[in-house]
Write a protein that binds this ligand. Structure first.
Ligand code: PGA
Length: 253
């Protein structure tokens, strides 16, 4: 059985006080839900990681970063290494979020380097994949997701794969209020699991958690989580309200 995994992606939101307050409220309102039943993580902006780590300490809620650079150290102005993220208490790192792909312009090759750097640095990457609306309309979803999976995971051994979570986030559903239907999500999740079986093994494919992301809200979380291959949720907007995020967590167990 795959343990549900709910992550909140705060994107470029909050401020230092608000970030700590949000983390404290999540910890308080989750109560003992997180104990053993579900893994929970929050991904604040880089500059608030350390403060949020303080608010999460001695709680089961884990810390994640929204990105990671692939080099270990040196003259890479503005970038943050896996070792730095570990140092401030991160467990997870998002890699290849659709806003990094489509707003910042990251390509599969760069994302692959980030996945490698995260794993070597002892972080647990969440590799995000998903198609644009034009790609869905022209029946290219499978092709795009297959490419992102194969290129994103190139050179990762089966032994290293258990560190990785996949997040399927159709770009047209992110921040738009247009959630994929549970059936649309399940269809792509099943494809991703099949890809993992082909790239690695059936056994590995059964172990890997696949999150859905894109306008997840308290009222659609349970239905999405009911799908056979939906093992967790990557929540953007609704993770900025402790009440909504905790309702989503509770709906997932
Ligand atoms: P959303 O974002 O929940 O606001 O659609 C999800 C994400 O981008 O991870």
């Amino acid at each position: 059985m795959r343990k549900p995994f709910i992550a909140g992606n705060w994107k470029m939101n909050t401020d230092s006080r608000g970030a700590v307050k949000l983390a404290e409220s999540i910890v308080r309102d989750c109560g003992d839900t997180t104990d053993s039943k579900v893994d929970v993580a929050v991904c604040p902006p880089f500059v608030y990681l350390q403060a949020v780590a303080g608010a999460l300490s001695s709680s089961p809620v884990a810390l994640g970063s929204q990105d990671v650079y692939f080099e270990q150290k040196g003259a890479f102005t503005g970038e943050i290494s896996a070792a730095m993220l570990k140092d401030v208490g991160c467990t997870y790192a998002l890699c290849g979020h659709s806003e990094r792909r489509h707003v910042i312009g990251e390509a599969d090759e760069l994302i692959n380097k980030k996945v490698h750097a995260a794993v070597s640095g002892g972080l647990l990457p969440i590799l995000c994949v998903g198609e644009l609306i034009e790609e869905r309309k022209t029946n290219k979803t499978a092709e795009v997701v297959t490419r992102q999976m194969k290129k994103g995971l190139a050179g990762i051994s089966e032994a290293k794969m258990p560190a990785i979570t996949i997040a399927y986030e159709p770009v047209w559903a992110i921040g738009t209020g247009l959630t994929a239907t549970p059936q649309q999500a399940q269809e792509v999740h099943a494809l991703i699991r099949k890809l993992l079986a082909g790239m690695f093994s059936e056994k590995l494919a059964e172990e890997i958690r696949i999150q859905y992301g894109g306008s997840v809200k308290p009222d659609n979380a349970a239905e999405l989580m009911n799908q056979q291959d939906v093992d967790g949720l990557l929540v953007g907007g609704a993770s900025l309200k402790a009440d909504d995020f905790v309702t989503i967590i509770k709906a997932s167990v």
